[in-house]
Design a protein around this ligand. Sequence first.
Ligand code: NAP
Length: 272
Amino acid sequence: MQLTKKEIRAPHLSAILVGELGPSSTYVNNKIKACHEVGFASSLYKYPENVSEQVLLDKVKELNENDDIDGFIVQLPLPAHINVEKIIEAIDPAKDADGFHPINLGKMAKNLPALVSATPKGIMEMLKYYQIETAGKHCVVLGRSQIVGLPVSILLGRKSYPGDCTVTLAHSKTKNIAGITQQADILIAAIGSPHFIKEDMVKEGAVIIDVGTNSIPDPGKKSGYRLTGDVDFERVAPKCSAISPVPGGVGLMTIAALLQNTMQAAKERRKF
Ligand code: NAP
């Protein structure tokens, strides 16, 4: 609205979607819908599952060079025959709305201005909004993916707020996971395993952020399934001082962070 008043073109986010299977197309549609809701322009480029790597690289190059587009994402996962790293590294870091490019990851680690990976950025906003104290807290991050666990562990260990945590990054090779999660003042679960975190794995008063987004069968639903997190919410919630639900938690924050990144990219490129 304010931009329109100043006669500045609204930010434009593009998305590349490969295949129609799994939840990816729902995720992309939600992102496009969010663009409409805030008055951003959006565009979607869909490709079949068997698209070649070169066709995707050509599209990335075209979006990099298209001055009308401020930021874009390539929805992951990609089919096995595509080299994901090659695609991510082809994205212009200045238009990397998902913040997956190594340049953005490196700048983020150094606490320099960067487009920060959308889910970790959304988690930071959530901690800020609820004024969760983080300095000196023991934060356990479960899962070390490049898009969630690793960047969120870096952000929480940085010298800033939210941050200044003592961070433990746990993964599939970690021994005695329950013994580690029980020590967490802040627990971030991002492994993709429904209801993995049980009540006996968390400390009384812990803050829990559930990133997991898992489809589980539910005959009571028209679709036959429902979304659930990595945390057994019903049983764990009574022990926590704060806990984020699935759906309706990190997923929404991820979309908000993606829009923020698009705005940031537009401002930096077009200098408004
Ligand atoms: P990912 O790339 O599959 O990585 C999973 C991580 O969890 C890996 O580091 C893996 O360890 C670890 N792990 C798996 N099983 C484990 C176990 N039993 N114990 C300990 N560690 C285990 O996953 P991702 O892309 O980060 O996604 C994680 C979850 O978050 C998924 O449910 C995904 O749908 C959800 N997600 C949600 C959003 C959102 O916006 N809400 C965004 C992104 C992801 P190794 O490294 O040793 O293999």
